[in-house]
Write a protein that binds this ligand. Structure first.
Ligand SMILES: Nc1ncnc2c1ncn2[C@@H]1O[C@H](COP(=O)(O)OP(=O)(O)OP(=O)(O)O)[C@@H](O)[C@H]1O
Ligand SMILES: [Mg+2]
Length: 285
């Protein structure tokens, strides 16, 4: 299905809308890796598309002051000189609903980013209870969405800790790179530390799996060895991989659409559907 002028797009495949999360519980998934440029935003917006196609109601929370997932949906970033922002509602503990923006896809909303989020780490640190703040803010959406995807910035800091503390699960994005395994290790260690600080068992945060982004084949011997290590990680299951597909991904983004809505029949769209199914966020049709 391609974009139409007639209004928001809904489930392209006419698929059933399986609700895995019983009891109306909203699932909050941290799309994370402190390593930059590994495909967190690309996977967030396109996984949101795959989930919406299956009929799930999705909120993309853009946690990165770069605002890439906000602008990818053609939603304006917020400006603290003009009104409340994600950063101000987190700190003020006020209702985030007025900030939520609709996208061209019926089932996807966005909580936009703003540049003042760059100050969130220090503002959260000053509260002395940083881990509570995102959970409180996102709690306002409990039961309204099936899934909230947190498009996190590449950092291990007070803001990403607070976002992780709010999450029920995590998907770790990686690329095939020398530092990939180290980055995964650091990410998992951080998850454990946050759970310990919250007094919760380590497995309370479900590390759903890993997605390898920007895969380019054929690979040299060194990359092939890293790729093999990632694919065979002893504890973190592989949910899928996304080969380099610049045309499909960039053209869809340029239209403000996830690829499953812009080019539903491409293999690129299929990669994101596979991730949604392997992550058990939906059941295969
Ligand atoms: N599978 C892919 N094929 C082609 N280009 C890709 C692919 N995945 C990501 N890219 C491109 O690589 C760049 C980095 O991707 P992306 O912004 O998703 O990473 P990120 O992890 O969110 O980065 P950051 O850490 O800065 O938030 C972007 O220009 C994006 O368009
Ligand atoms: Mg990003």
């Amino acid at each position: 299905m391609t974009e139409t002028a007639s209004g928001p797009l809904s489930g392209a495949l006419g698929l059933p809308a399986p609700r895995i999360s019983e009891g109306g519980q909203t699932r909050i998934i941290a799309m994370c890796n402190q390593k930059g440029g590994v495909g967190k935003t690309t996977t967030t917006i396109n996984l949101a598309g795959a989930l919406a196609e299956y009929g799930r109601r999705v909120l993309v929370c853009d946690c990165d002051p770069q605002g890439n997932s906000t602008t990818a949906f053609k939603v304006p970033m917020l400006d603290d000189e003009k009104g409340p922002t994600q950063a101000t509602v987190v700190i003020d503990m006020s209702d985030p609903h007025p900030l939520v923006a609709k996208t061209k896809v019926e089932n996807i909303d966005v909580l936009p980013a703003s540049m003042d989020m760059a100050f969130l780490p220090s503002r959260l640190r000053e509260t002395g209870a940083a881990l509570q703040f995102y959970a409180r803010m996102l709690g306002h959406f409990q039961g309204e969405y099936d899934d909230i995807l947190l498009d996190m910035r590449p950092a291990l800091d007070t803001d990403t800790d607070s976002q992780t503390a709010a999450a029920t699960g995590a998907i770790i994005m990686v690329d095939v790179d020398e530092w990939a395994m180290k980055a995964v290790k650091m990410q998992v260690a951080q998850h454990k530390k946050i759970m310990t600080n919250l007094g919760r068992p380590a497995d309370d945060l479900d590390v759903i799996g890993m997605v390898i982004g920007r895969v380019m084949k054929p690979m040299g011997d060194f990359d092939a060895a890293v790729y093999k290590q990632l694919r065979n990680h002893p504890r973190i299951p592989l949910l899928g991989e996304i080969p380099v597909r610049s045309a499909d991904l960039k053209e869809a983004r340029n239209k403000g659409l996830p690829v499953v809505f812009y080019r539903p029949k491409t293999d690129t769209a299929g990669f994101f559907r596979t991730i949604a199914v392997n992550a058990k966020l939906v059941t295969a049709a």
